[in-house]
Ligand binder design. Sequence first.
Ligand code: CMC
Length: 431
Amino acid sequence: MVKQTGTAKLSFGDTDLELPMYSPTMGPDVIDIGKLYAKGGVFTHDPGFTSTSSCESAITFIDGDKGELLYRGYPIEQLAEKSHYLEVCYLLLYGELPNAEELENFENRVTRHTMVHEQLTVFFSGYRRDAHPMATMVGVVGALSAFYHDSLDINDYQQREIAAVRMIAKVPTIAAMAYKYSIGQPFVYPKNALDYASNFLYMCFSVPAEEYEVNPILARAMDRIFTLHADHEQNASTSTVRLAGSSQANPFACIAAGIACLWGPAHGGANQAALEMLKEIGSVDRIPEYVARAKDKNDPFRLMGFGHRVYKNFDPRAKVMKESADEVLELLGIENNPTLQVAKELERIALEDEYFIEKKLYPNVDFYSGIILEAMGFPTSMFTPIFALSRTVGWISQWKEMLGDPALKIGRPRQLYTGEPRRDYVDVENR
Ligand code: CMC
């Protein structure tokens, strides 16, 4: 538990309270209100948790004003350039970069768990072929708890370890199966000779009838997308995983809850929504019309891929993603891609517009990722599943950290009740 570094004074009515304060390694100080109700008989009210820290965590740090994202202290830009996804997974899970032997062992463990129980394949046929792959993933990932009984005991460290590795290894296989099912092609088994990103591309794009060689440049871009999405501290889906896990639910059920939350267009679903929006805009001359709509209070339309609860300067992931989009499209010889042109021009116009400047709205990670994923051959419906598979390591790292925290309590927010006061039941004939 972090040490007390100060005291906050709170006065209301006849009550004067002193509340402990803590100083984090980085970021604003925190006032501990855990005893507020017991001592003062009041709750705090913070819908959307805009000023509330829900846990102590040593995994990821975001400085929204500086536009900085650190995994275990390492800047995301350095990791995206110099590291790779499985090394980042190790870092997030265990807190330090692995040495060569630790990395090799970890990669072997993940690689040996990429296949799923054969019975699990039957689950897919219960879905309509046109089901959104996120719908399939919520169900099938949740179903893992019915297959891996030897990693359900959350109080056993070894079982938690196996569950973590299984999840990181199997979620790409499930995402690829969801895709194959949606296009009516046979499932492709994982290939252990391939690295993590190449294996995912192989499971998505190869068919049994032909040899398939993974393009190393696309594999590198895929790996970078995984790395950029790997964790993002206490966002909505991670908080969902923690809340589900706080009841001691099993790890597979908790990750399925995270996937469900991620699906929404305000969160992970924004990558699909952003590309669909760019396509709907279609050409540079139509941009002003959409910018005007985004600014109109009476129009619910928002620029998808713009804005963030925490980043108020720029999203560092978006910067790397934009460079990656340029690189991938150039390598594929499609640098005149009209969607990329619309995206760049929309970004330029919005960033010069008073509305977006004043509200500190910048492109986020989802603004450019869809352009890369589409160029790789993924349909828009696969964008959010790819986000989900990348974020699985963040969810499981945060889940493991939470279970190791002696201060863990079941998550149970209070409320500001605005309903009817107590009243007596009225028989139907008297209503
Ligand atoms: N387009 C137009 N106006 C916007 C946008 C946008 N994309 N985002 C926020 N605003 C306005 C909003 O209308 C509000 O205006 P006012 O103060 O006049 O009422 C103000 O900016 C603050 O917005 P908010 O909704 O109160 O801010 P929030 O922190 O609750 O929401 C957000 C953050 C990401 C949900 C929001 O910016 C949004 O809906 N963006 C579009 C969806 C998106 O790209 N989501 C992906 C987020 S990054 C990936 C991830 O974390 O999953």
